[in-house]
Design a protein around this ligand. Structure first.
Ligand code: MN
Ligand code: MN
Length: 312
């Protein structure tokens, strides 16, 4: 996947910044979720952790996006690998506790698991939402360095709730882009992944961008990538994305994970981080590190070092 030697400390730092950026994007976007861009503009540019919105959030509060990704991350770390049942159990427990928000397709899929033990939603024309893509971050970190493994796990975990080819393709694309960014590879490498997918699924072509900010996965891909590739830093990217409104928290989270991995923790405004729950951030940090260190990128290298040490 790469021809240059990677600095694993740099990979660790980028993995942690990705999960932090994801949560920051969720918390920044949630207060303007479901507003239109014009409604936001009428009140001024949204660039602070204001709280509020339709969920009446405290400033810095994350929503289902971060909480569901956290469930997947905990399952991967605690199981020492991929167990779809363990992921489903944690998501089901989370839903039973009465979270602040759950998307309709996610609710339906988790309910089918709780009631019937079903681990795969039936194919559905309404399943092209971004709810599976918003859980791909932990899977991408745990499979760093192995696109095939990423593809298999991302689709399997996605199908718990969303079973649609566009959801699969969007989830895997976000996962691949995250891996490329966490490995510190050039932006052109990320762009090449996007162009390759757009050649197969025209719904993902984002240049030129024609707007659209719903929770439809192709809208999320186009909106996030449009702003990600044209912005110069974390703050600029996130402000541009959430001010589009619509599914602003989910789009903010997806943009935040890519921009976090790309620009690093130093680029994430400390005035945003300060507003967030320190216990949550500590857990995200720990999980990101453990996911990355359990990935093929790290373990294959450890294996190579061991072989060298044992060699002649
Ligand atoms: Mn949300
Ligand atoms: Mn949302």
């Amino acid at each position: 996947m790469h021809g240059v030697p990677l600095d694993l400390d740099d990979v660790r730092a980028r993995a942690r910044a990705a999960f932090l950026g994801f949560a920051v994007g969720d918390a920044l976007g949630a207060p303007v979720e479901f507003l239109t861009a014009a409604e936001i503009r009428a009140r001024g540019v949204h660039r602070e952790m204001t709280g509020g919105g339709w969920l009446h959030l405290k400033p810095g509060r994350v929503t289902d996006d971060t909480e569901m990704a956290l469930c997947v991350a905990r399952a991967l770390v605690e199981e020492g690998g991929f167990s779809l049942r363990a992921i489903a159990d944690r998501l089901a427990e989370w839903m039973k506790r009465g979270p602040i928000d759950v998307g309709n397709t996610c609710r339906r899929g988790l309910r089918a698991y709780i009631v019937e033990g079903r681990l795969e939603a039936p194919p559905g024309e309404w399943d092209a939402g971004n709810g599976a893509a918003m859980r791909v971050l932990p899977v991408a970190l745990r499979t760093l360095g192995d696109f095939d493994l990423l593809g298999g796990w991302a689709v399997a975990q996605g199908h718990l709730t969303h079973n649609h080819p566009l959801s699969d393709a969007g989830s895997v694309l976000f996962g691949k882009l995250l891996q490329v960014a966490v490995m510190g590879l050039p932006l052109a490498r990320m762009r090449a992944e996007c162009d390759a997918l757009a050649a197969v699924h025209r719904a993902f072509a984002f240049d030129p961008w024609r707007g659209g900010c719903t929770g439809y996965v192709a809208d999320s891909v186009r909106l996030v990538l449009h702003h990600f590739f044209r912005s110069r830093g974390f703050e600029e990217c996130l402000v541009a994305v959430v001010n589009e409104g619509g599914d602003a928290d989910t789009n903010g989270a997806l943009a935040g994970m890519l921009a976090g991995a790309c620009h690093g923790r130093e680029a994430i405004p400390s005035r945003w981080i300060r507003r967030m729950d320190p216990r949550l951030l500590a857990e995200l940090d720990e999980l990101a590190l453990r996911l990355a260190e359990a990935s093929p990128l790290f373990t294959a290298r450890a294996e190579a070092v061991r072989l060298r040490a044992c060699g002649p």
